[in-house]
Ligand binder design. Structure first.
Ligand code: ATP
Length: 251
């Protein structure tokens, strides 16, 4: 079986040029295997969000091919930096929304919402409104909502970028725990090299626009990873290599 058919997500020489002439991506080759967590780091404006939109099938490439789960109609979970919760709906009603729109019955919705809220550590908060929650808790709601559809592929666009440092580190650890329980494939965009290394099986570095994949680094530590791993020399060595590749690509 070829890589293309085994991969949960496969970019083959992908380019994206917008109608105004901006070339966001050029010749991107990237495969994400089922169950693999891949992070993408790159300079601002190098096309990371564009890559994610193509992965989700929200936009089409102008060159090359994108194949995999989303392209074959499988459900995809999206988590953005902005949790985009409806302020007038309770935590539970926000989490249930996609299932409600998909016509899932009330009893099943309730049950699934209870399950995913417990999974992200929000049991007891179901009746609260988003405005009553901290930024970290709102992000947990956003993650719970994405888990409702039981997607096998998750696309994350800088999900923890707006959080304070301590909350951000805790959310990285929580995400790992959820990953271990549910098991899913992920493409994760971040500006933080340590976040990328801590979470991922593989970190991919992109060049400045038009974005291309310039380097990739395997991160061999077992999951779930302890918080203290971030202070280990082996971790620092990989983070240093990724940072050096990033600086090289940004020239
Ligand atoms: N619809 C569009 N039309 C024209 N240009 C666009 C469009 N969407 C994005 N771009 C341009 O394409 C390039 C890549 O944008 P994209 O948002 O994918 O980058 P990014 O790496 O996610 O940026 P950042 O790190 O700042 O979030 C940018 O120069 C952006 O201005």
């Amino acid at each position: 079986m070829s890589v293309a058919t085994e991969a949960a997500l496969h970019f083959e020489g992908v380019g994206k040029r917008f109608p105004n002439g901006t070339s966001a991506l050029e010749g991107v080759h990237l495969s994400v295997a089922a169950g693999e967590f891949v992070s993408v780091v790159g300079p601002s404006g190098c096309g990371k969000s564009t890559l994610l939109r193509l992965a989700a099938g929200l936009d089409a490439p102008t060159g090359g091919r994108v194949t995999g789960l989303a392209a074959s109609g499988e459900s995809v979970g999206f988590v953005f930096q902005d949790p985009t919760l409806l302020p007038w709906r309770s935590v539970q009603a926000n989490v249930e929304l996609p299932a409600e729109l998909a016509g899932v019955g009330r009893a099943e919705r309730r049950e699934r919402a209870r399950e995913v809220l417990a999974l992200v550590g929000l049991d007891g908060f179901a009746k609260q409104l988003p405005g009553q929650l901290s930024g970290g808790m709102r992000m947990r709601v956003s993650l719970a909502r994405a888990l409702m559809g039981r997607p096998s592929l998750f696309l994350f666009d800088e999900p923890f970028g707006a959080l304070d440092e301590i909350t951000r580190l805790r959310m990285q650890e929580e995400l790992q725990r959820v990953l271990a329980e549910r098991g899913f494939t992920a493409l994760f965009i971040t500006h933080s090299v340590t976040e990328a290394v801590f979470l991922s099986h593989r970190v991919v570095v992109m060049s400045a626009r038009p974005g291309r994949v310039t380097a990739a680094f395997d991160v061999p530590f077992d999951h779930p990873r302890p918080a203290e791993l971030r202070y280990e020399p082996a971790f620092a060595r990989i983070a240093g290599e990724v940072s050096a590749a990033l600086r090289g690509g940004a020239k």
